[in-house]
Every structure is written in structure tokens, then in C-alpha cells.
Design a protein around this ligand. Structure first.
Ligand SMILES: [Zn+2]
Length: 281
């Protein structure tokens, strides 16, 4: 499941072909993804200029000159492919159409953006640019925004009788974090994912804010370098390899200098937590 850094990487990859560009034709090849696609979607996209390409949490938002915004969620397996354009160091030719190419945007420049999603957990919708959308409702602050700060997070965690891991995954508290980057943050904070959120000292809670930003910023940077040299063989955006310190490292030695612990995996609310019981308390 892509988290904020992967979605931000897709947004940055799409920027040069989408922002300020005109969609001359939109192919909408089925009526639904996870949910029904909006009515007359192809018609509402055709001839429109994308005036801005934004991100909110794990959603990409393409503002159109019609006053509508195209909302995109990649779901579990959604991929964006750019072709007919220079991407990183390579010019990518248009590929042969593939099964699961559900939405294809043909740009005036000759570039093409293909949304392929085998499992169809992705979503697209059109909303008024200055309006609300149910998927965006109730989302907490962006991790890099000014509203997300030490006193805010400490106040939100105070008295909460849920594990800190669950609290950081709660999109109403902070938007965009998922299983991977919460694990990495808690490792750097030396906090066990099992600790109750309300049991953290005020200073500990506040110290999570710069660590969350650090972990996300490093991942966005890794995504950026994968975009620049475009290591992805098939031209898809967003998924990049990155070294994690605890995520998916069950049974491997802890990387903290002087710690002889071993990374373990604990299942919490049906999801894996990776952590070092020796240095995370
Ligand atoms: Zn350790």
C-alpha cells in the first residue's frame, strides 16, 4: 500500500507532463474501480487544462480549469505509467495497451498517462475544487504542515488508551502515515509500538514530530532519486527500493550502535509491527 512518500513521488513524477498541460482525450475503460467512476468522466476531462497538481495525504489532486478536481488514490496495486515523454534520463515510447489499463489520459504534448490497477482497490473521482469530498473529510494535518507540531501531537496522544502505533496510523491525528513509516519512526524514537499513546511523556510525544518528518523526507528523497535515474524497468512511477531499519527485517540484527537486539515482528490489530525489543521501550 503506497504511503505518503510513494504518493508524493508519483505526484512529482507526473508534474512535468500534467501540470499546465491539456488533456486532449481521456479513455475511461470501465465504469468502476473500487467505487463507481464519476458520470461522464471522459467528457469532463477532455479539453481541460490541469492548472495544479497537489497531494493531500495519500491522494493526488489534479485541479482542472473547469473548476473541478480529479482525485486519485492508487489503492494497493495502482500504477501510473508515463509514456511519449522524457522521464528521468530515458524517453519512453508508448507501450502496447495492457490488461487493467483502466484510465488513459492523452495529453496535447503527445505524452500519455496510463492508470493500471490489476486489483482495482484504487479510486478516482471528480469533485469541485473548492468543495469537500468524503475521502478527504476528517483527515488530520499534513506531517509537513505547520498545524502538525509538538504541542498538537502531545495533546492528541494525551489520555489515549490505544497503542502508539495505532494512534500514529489514525489518519485523523496525522494524514498519510502507514505501517512502514510508523515502524521506522518508532524505531528512531526508541519507543515500543505496544506502548499506550497516553503513557508517553509530553517530551517524547513532541519529539515524534521531527522524527516523522525525517523518516518521510528521507523516503521522498529516495523516491526522487529513483525518478531521476528512473530505475523502474517498465516506466511506472512511485514504487522505489529503500533501506528500512526495522520494517520487514524480522530476525535480523538491530542497527542501533551498541544494541545486540534482534528485530521481531508482532501482530497488532491484524497488521505486522517490526521493532527491536532491546532498544524500543
Ligand atoms: Zn535495538
Amino acid at each position: 500500500m503506497p504511503e505518503l512518500p510513494e504518493v508524493e513521488t508519483v505526484r512529482r513524477g507526473l508534474l512535468p507532463v500534467l501540470e499546465g498541460a491539456v488533456i486532449v482525450r481521456a479513455e475511461v475503460n470501465r465504469p468502476d474501480l473500487r467505487w463507481p467512476l464519476p458520470e461522464r468522466m471522459a467528457e469532463r476531462l477532455t479539453g481541460r487544462e490541469v492548472t495544479a497538481l497537489r497531494r493531500r495525504s495519500k491522494y493526488i489532486l489534479a485541479d482542472l480549469d473547469s473548476g473541478e478536481t480529479l482525485l486519485v488514490h492508487l489503492g494497493m496495486s495502482g500504477r501510473m505509467l508515463i509514456s511519449g515523454a522524457q522521464v528521468g534520463v530515458h524517453y519512453r515510447d508508448h507501450p502496447a495497451p495492457q490488461k487493467h489499463d483502466h484510465v488513459v489520459l492523452h495529453m496535447e504534448s503527445g505524452a500519455r498517462i496510463t492508470f493500471n490497477d490489476a486489483r482495482r482497490f484504487g479510486a478516482m473521482d471528480l469533485m469541485p475544487t473548492d468543495g469537500a469530498h468524503p475521502l478527504l473529510e476528517g483527515l488530520g494535518p499534513e506531517p509537513f504542515g505547520n498545524d502538525f507540531n509538538g504541542p498538537y501531537l502531545a495533546a492528541r496522544l494525551k489520555g489515549r488508551r490505544t497503542p502508539i502505533k495505532s494512534a500514529l496510523l489514525d489518519q485523523r491525528i496525522v494524514a498519510g502515515l502507514g505501517n512502514i513509516y510508523v515502524a521506522e519512526t518508532l524505531y528512531r524514537a526508541r519507543i515500543s509500538p505496544l506502548r499506550l499513546a497516553g503513557d508517553l511523556a509530553e517530551a517524547q510525544a513532541q519529539a515524534l514530530v521531527p522524527l516523522i518528518r525525517e523518516v518521510l523526507a528521507e523516503a521522498i528523497e529516495a523516491g526522487g532519486s529513483s525518478l531521476r535515474d528512473f530505475r523502474q524497468a517498465n516506466g511506472e512511477l512511485g514504487y522505489f527500493s529503500k533501506h528500512f531499519q526495522v520494517y520487514d527485517r524480522e530476525g535480523q540484527p538491530c542497527e542501533t550502535p551498541g544494541c545486540s537486539g534482534t528485530i521481531i515482528r508482532t501482530v497488532q490489530s491484524g497488521r505486522s509491527s517490526f521493532w527491536c525489543p532491546a532498544c524500543q521501550r
